[in-house]
Unconditional design. Structure first.
Length: 74
């Protein structure tokens, strides 16, 4: 029997690195660690979407951190 099961990969290291770089580029003035933990679920949900799904939302994968923190950092 031949099975063509998809391989599911959770690339959390890439997402976390993008979030860290984004927060570091925004400077200090708030507790980035606490805010990152609060918004991590939303970031993971967006990161789980396919590239076409993100494009339909007007996002690229690299834009996820800025989108997740848009209300706080503009």
């Amino acid at each position: 029997m031949c099975r063509n099961d998809p391989e599911i990969i959770f690339d959390t290291k890439g997402l976390m690195a993008r979030m860290d770089l984004f927060l570091a580029s925004q400077g200090m003035g708030f507790n980035a660690g606490i805010e990152r933990r609060r918004r991590l679920h939303e970031a993971w949900a967006l990161n789980a979407l396919s590239d076409p799904e993100l494009t339909a939302m007007g996002l690229a994968r690299k834009d996820i951190p800025a989108f997740v923190f848009a209300d706080l950092l503009g």
